[in-house]
Design a protein around this ligand. Structure first.
Ligand SMILES: NC(=O)c1ccc[n+]([C@@H]2O[C@H](COP(=O)([O-])OP(=O)(O)OC[C@H]3O[C@@H](n4cnc5c(N)ncnc54)[C@H](O)[C@@H]3O)[C@@H](O)[C@H]2O)c1
Length: 354
């Protein structure tokens, strides 16, 4: 078991059998309440039941980001009241990014904040959502509009859970790993480029290399005033696409949206002259190889613009982008002319058109 200590929550990487019980005991909780969704309750919780005394019961939420809402928080808060949860209780979020964000936010508001631990079960949560202290819910169609920065009591990553994760969800997580490589780690990038698809990937190794990237950037800038904005690479256009498709019959997963977002924003880097041709082709090539972006009909820039303007990263009414300069480094707060954003979306459309 590997420990990555951080002011934003100590992270343990390895089999939960090798110490999860002791970590929970060391917190001496008055009771433990587990938050899961239907899938993680049936596929992941059974692997933990001999390690956790779920004395306060479990709350099972329907899966999917459409349930990352204030309504689901109310379900959790009611269960916490019914369980007699107090300031010494511990909420354990056993699930993907949806459950970590939701359970973390609900715990951080209950009685002005009670402790919570993350046991991420999807690659996306292991690589990204569970690290860095962001919690929150979606609101009125906008992603993560209501939320808090709150440090978890611990994060325990056990890659065993990936065995039951559907392939599409695995790719969603891998999108965030690719993002971390592009914005901050040549070492992670070099390891990813050794693979032509996901079948041969050693997930423990990838998570080992990925964890310091997310931890170091978020620790350096916990409130996202500077360098943490680099992690928004792919997310300005990605979130806009995710919001746009949320209102159609074919919603995109977060990872799919970020995959398209990274492609479009890499193109933006290229056409604004920030990035050279070699790195541009290397990034697009790796994304196409490992993330298999599916064919889709994309909205025009005009249709996407309201969502781009609704993005949380806009400041004084202007959308700002985080754009990589080369593999392993990224700049942020970049303002780009609309016509160039439209050009990058047109290029993306031709890349992924069905
Ligand atoms: N807080 C942050 O910093 C941060 C960062 C990135 C993303 N996020 C959020 O994370 C969410 C996306 O996370 P996600 O992709 O994990 O989505 P998710 O939690 O909805 O999980 C995806 C699907 O996988 C299932 N699942 C999870 N683990 C499983 C397992 N081991 N076996 C079988 N099924 C399993 C879930 O039930 C769900 O159906 C979004 O809400 C996004 O906004 C947060």
């Amino acid at each position: 078991m590997n420990v990555f200590a951080s002011p934003l929550g100590d992270l343990y990487l390895g089999s939960a059998q090798d110490g999860l019980h002791d970590v929970i005991q060391s917190l001496a909780p008055s009771n433990v309440i587990v938050i899961a969704d239907n899938n993680t309750a049936s596929k992941c919780l059974p692997l933990l039941e001999n390690l956790i005394d779920i004395s306060g019961g479990k709350v099972v939420i329907s899966p999917g980001d459409q349930h990352k809402t204030i309504d689901s928080c109310e379900v959790i808060w009611s269960a916490l009241v019914a369980a007699g949860a107090d300031r010494s209780s511990l909420v354990l979020n056993v699930g993907g990014g949806m459950i970590c964000d939701l359970g973390g936010f609900a715990a951080s508001c209950y009685q002005r904040g009670i402790r919570f631990g993350h046991i991420p079960t999807s690659l996306l949560a292991m690589a990204d959502a569970a690290i860095g202290g962001k919690t929150g819910v979606n609101y009125e169609g906008f992603k993560n509009y209501i939320g808090r920065f709150e440090v978890p009591a611990f994060i325990w990553i056990d890659p065993v859970f990936l065995r039951t994760l559907p392939h599409r969800d695995l790719l969603d997580g891998l999108a965030e790993v690719v993002k971390h490589a592009v914005v901050g780690s040549r070492g992670l990038w070099d390891t990813l480029t050794l693979h032509s698809d996901t079948t041969s990937i050693d997930w423990l190794k990838i998570i080992e290399l990925n964890t310091p990237v997310k931890q170091e950037i978020t620790t350096a800038d916990p409130l996202e005033k500077g360098i943490r904005k680099a992690l928004n690479f792919g997310h300005t256009i990605g979130h806009a696409l995710e919001s746009h498709f949320l209102h159609t019959s074919q919603p995109l997963s977060h990872g799919q949206a970020v995959t398209y977002g990274m492609m479009a924003e890499t193109k933006l880097s290229r056409i604004t002259g920030r990035m050279g041709n070699e790195d541009f082709h290397a990034i697009i090539g790796l994304i196409e190889r490992l993330l298999s972006p599916s064919e889709v009909t994309l909205p025009s820039f005009k249709d996407l613009q309201p969502w781009l303007l609704g993005d949380k990263k806009k400041s004084k009414g202007v959308t700002r982008y985080s754009l990589p300069d080369q593999i392993g480094s990224c700049s942020w707060d970049i303002i780009v002319e609309d016509r160039l954003v439209a050009e990058s979306l047109d290029w993306l459309s031709t890349q992924v058109r069905g």
